[in-house]
Design a protein around this ligand. Structure first.
Ligand SMILES: [Zn+2]
Length: 408
């Protein structure tokens, strides 16, 4: 089998039972199975905590909104080709399955008056949105119609934009290192001649200048025609197993939506001033992120987001009770652990490795008598038997540190 086919996330997603595409669910609308959901949950928790520490405030907003909201935001005027048709309840009650979270976050900004002291105000959400991708391009998780986006909108005065973008670039670097993302490069996405764009030339020139300054010494390529309809952006690109490039993380500058939504804050002298809106995603959508992570790790995720972290293997029936007790201790310590009793020990060790479970904990008569377990790693390495609490500390430490290696 060719390397690319070996690492295809659709094949691995099936084999490892991460997600499932059912024709009845609809093209581009896969469901996440328990193993995939467990991995995704760990990643979501990590990103939320990273953002919380960086001063982000998390919100919830509905994926369905009134038509007028998306007329005001410019989406219906400039982005309608990338949206599902409007849903009509009655003549004056029409709804949109949102193609982006920005309009709701603008409403959250203006839910009350704002002062310069609150800025930058960073509103974050892992939110649902919808795009009617053509059925020909759909497959697995890389292109879907229901998208769960790691999104945030940072509202700040124009003079803070440079520092804000630099800080987002640093957060992207940290998140990608923890997840094992290997960026293929930075892209400065600019206006093209053919597309429709909002805003005047001066706004675009200023935004472009700010992004170039934020990129500083980083190597990047320019991509005319790849800007958002409201502003230029920095895209962080990744490459899949077949060599195709796509955008994972993005930072976009927007002078337009703050004007459309009449967003303002009271500046130092109490005058009304207009904030800039920075749209940013550290890791993109959960769907595209996992399509990429499954391929780059060939299904063998770092222990901290492996769907099952420990397979507990009693050598014979006499060790089942001790093995079950160790499995419970793993679960109580916050780990995802399963007991495997059927088949020969060799077959069970191979099965744990096939499922990319980082640790197999083997309990034979000698280990049980000594209160020990023997760890076997999915890469074939084995560790001298150690006490059960030491084994828990070892695995727990690797998981807590989000280490890429399975041993300290
Ligand atoms: Zn946005």
């Amino acid at each position: 089998m060719r390397e690319t086919e070996m690492h295809d996330h659709r094949r691995l997603g099936r084999e490892l039972e991460l997600f499932h595409a059912d024709p009845l669910s609809g093209a581009g609308l896969p469901v996440w199975l328990p193993a995939g959901a467990a991995a995704r949950h760990s990643v979501e928790e990590y990103v939320r905590e990273l953002e919380r520490r960086a001063g982000y405030q998390h919100v919830y907003s509905p994926p369905l909104g009134k038509r007028e909201l998306f007329a005001l935001s410019g989406h219906l005027g400039y982005f309608a080709d990338d949206m599902f048709p409007v849903l009509r309840l009655s003549a004056d009650d029409e709804f949109v399955l949102r193609p982006a979270l920005c309009p709701h976050h603008a409403l959250i900004y203006r839910a009350r008056g704002r002062s310069y002291r609150e800025l930058p105000l960073r509103i974050a959400e892992l939110g649902g949105m919808y795009r009617p991708e053509r059925s020909g391009v759909l497959g697995g998780l890389s292109r879907v119609r229901a998208i769960s986006l790691n999104d945030a909108h940072n509202f700040c005065p124009p003079e803070q934009v440079g520092a804000e973008v630099a800080e987002v670039l640093e957060l992207i670097r940290v998140a990608h290192a923890a997840l094992g993302v290997r960026p293929a490069g930075f892209r400065l996405s600019l206006r093209g001649p053919a597309e429709k764009y909002v805003g005047d030339d001066e706004q675009w020139r200023r935004a472009e200048e700010l992004l170039r300054a934020a990129l500083g010494g980083l190597p990047y390529v320019e991509a005319p025609g790849e800007a958002a309809f409201y502003g230029p952006k920095i895209d962080i690109q990744v490459r899949d197993a077949a060599g195709r490039e796509s955008t994972l993380a993005t930072i976009q500058l927007d002078f337009d939506k703050p004007a459309r939504f009449d967003l303002s804050y009271a500046d130092r002298r109490g005058r009304r001033a207009r904030p800039v809106m920075v749209h940013r995603s550290l890791v993109g959508s959960m769907e595209r992120l996992f399509a990429y992570l499954i391929e780059v790790h060939a299904g063998a995720f770092p222990a901290w987001y492996a769907p099952v972290q420990v397979h507990v293997l009693p050598v014979g029936p006499e060790q089942v009770a001790a093995a079950e007790a160790f499995r419970r201790d793993c679960v109580l310590a916050g780990l995802r652990a399963e007991l495997a009793v059927d088949g020969s020990l060799g077959a069970r060790i191979r099965e744990a490795a096939r499922r990319r479970v980082p640790y197999a904990a083997v309990l034979g008569a000698r280990e049980v008598a000594a209160g020990q377990v023997a760890l076997r790693l999915r890469d074939g390495r084995s560790v001298e038997p150690m006490s059960a609490p030491d084994a828990l500390r070892l695995i727990g430490g690797i998981v807590a540190d989000r280490s890429a290696d399975l041993l300290p």
